[in-house]
Design a protein around this ligand. Sequence first.
Ligand code: SF4
Length: 147
Amino acid sequence: MSEVVTPEWLGAGLAFRCTGCGDCCTGAPGFVWVNAEEIAALAAALGLSPEDTERQFVRRVGVRRSLFDLHNGDCVFFDAERRNCRVYDARPAQCRTYPFWQAHTESREAWDAVRRECEGARESSPLIGVEEIRARVRENARARERL
Ligand code: SF4
């Protein structure tokens, strides 16, 4: 696995607390990557077989797999009424580790772009330490390597 870099600029960590706004599950169409283990976890949460879960909720993107988007770009598992995730406990690593992905933490400019999009990444949010950030970046990177 590629080594996770912890850049100097992170200092003591980054301010973040999920506000549950749902913005990262909605909006413009995108990709929520899932590997076989993540599909199995979703299947267990849904009470379906992995095959049926994949048939109903997953699309192929080249050799990789991503959750379906709804017509408005929302994730197929986003509950628009409650504004939450219907499979929260079984959500994929990409969701669990957001916004601490390698691409978001490798430079101050990249993190500034996250802060413009994500209300939980305000300066007033609690500080997430470097070791925790590192663990989340690593978890997401590992999941991506198994796509
Ligand atoms: S699986 Fe859940 S947390 Fe992940 S994008 Fe979809 S609704 Fe959001």
